[in-house]
Write a protein that binds this ligand. Structure first.
Ligand code: GLA
Length: 373
């Protein structure tokens, strides 16, 4: 006999983490490999059930209250932050779930537009809240796919699966090697007292809905088609050597980034297994250079952080993380030197740009959690 379902709480709080990507950038929508990890900061939503069919969302950092009618169809069209929860709620309605009314109050300790997946964290937190309210749940990967679709349809960003998957499937003390074709996930231990991961926010706001992200994706698809492949994941070293010169220069560079980044991601996992930090750091630096030169998604401030950090003795490697065009850089640093390194980066960056960079170290964190209040 099945045990009785636990009662649905009237008040609870859900928390979903942000993420950084250790390596494997702009490979997810090319069916390749990524290695993100959930971080110790994220988005929390305090939920209170209502007796009617309405749902409200308010945020500690934005003015106003958004109200959705859970009895009517939700369609895209919002342009502010509430498009993310709207897209997620629409996803569960599409599955035929009937969602009871609720009030949601959102708080976050992730910088919005900082490239740490604040939108994926908001989506996955909303999804976790809806599932709790309905007393049933999807598997973490299905939840991630529903949230990715919300991002496509309600935010207009043709993102890959990395962010939602990292947030929904996060595991404490582990990075996740995700095969973005099969969606197979391997948890890779990442947590060693000797090294720390420093996250540095450039303070330059990153936005993926201005067309540049979609353009990169289209360039990769065009390159794959010219190479006679379904996606860049299918290009073999022999095929590449034989055909690369037939590609237009820009597509050749985009494809070269993706091909080499997939190799670097797998090599990074091997380096982690051996605790070979210098090798891991070299791969991070090569990744940054490839994103800067071939993929052209870095910016002056991220390059500056990369250069500052790369010159410091306690730093194994540094790179931009996430979609780019601003946002954060990450540095793999020796724990003994972490504080001094952070201070030196802060000073050098402030001197060059006038920006006081927000920075923090983080361990790999778990996925979403629910607390009853
Ligand atoms: C954004 C997208 C991800 C991924 C990264 C780049 O974060 O949401 O799907 O493509 O950019 O690696």
């Amino acid at each position: 006999m099945k045990p009785p379902a636990p009662p649905i709480p009237a008040r609870f709080t859900v928390h979903a983490p942000g993420r950084v990507n250790l390596i494997g950038e702009h490979t997810d929508y090319n069916a390749g490999f990524v290695l993100p990890m959930a971080i110790e900061r994220g988005v929390s939503i305090a939920i209170t059930r209502r007796a009617d069919d309405a749902c409200t969302f308010r945020s500690a950092s934005e003015p106003g209250v958004a109200t959705f009618d859970l009895g009517a169809p939700l369609t895209p069209g919002r342009t502010d932050w509430t498009r993310y929860p709207a897209g997620v709620i629409a996803g569960y309605r599409r599955l035929g779930w009937s969602i009871p009314g609720f009030d949601a109050a959102v708080t976050a300790d992730l910088p919005a537009g900082g490239g740490l997946s604040s939108s994926a964290a908001l989506e996955v937190a909303t999804a976790t809240a809806v599932e709790t309210l309905c007393g049933r749940s999807l598997k973490p990967l299905e939840r991630a796919l529903l949230c990715q679709r919300a991002e496509h349809e309600f935010a207009g960003v043709p993102c890959g699966i990395m962010d939602q998957c990292a947030v929904a499937c996060g595991r404490a003390g582990h990075a996740l090697l995700i095969d973005c074709r099969s969606h197979e996930i391997r948890a890779v231990p990442f947590g060693d007292g000797d090294v720390s991961l420093l996250v540095v926010n450039s303070g330059v706001r990153h936005s993926l809905d201005d067309g540049e992200y979609a353009r990169r994706r289209a360039e990769c698809e065009s390159a794959a088609a010219r190479l006679g492949c379904r996606s860049l994941r299918d290009v073999t070293p022999e095929g590449w050597a034989a055909c690369r010169d037939a590609l237009p220069d820009r597509e050749r560079r985009r494809a070269r980034h993706v091909l080499t980044e997939n190799e670097r991601t797998l090599a990074f996992v091997t380096a982690l297994g051996r605790r070979d930090w210098p090798a891991a750091g070299r791969l991070m630096r090569d990744s940054h250079a490839s994103l800067r030169d071939d993929y052209e998604v870095s910016c002056r401030e991220l390059d500056l952080l990369y250069e500052l950090a790369s010159d410091m003795p306690g730093v194994f490697g540094c790179r931009m993380t996430g979609g780019g065009f601003g946002g954060c850089a990450i540095a793999l640093v020796s724990s003994a030197a972490a504080d001094a390194t952070a201070e030196a980066i802060r000073r050098g960056y402030r001197d060059a740009t006038g920006i006081d960079a927000v920075m923090f170290t983080t361990a790999a964190a778990a996925g979403p959690r629910i607390e009853t209040r």
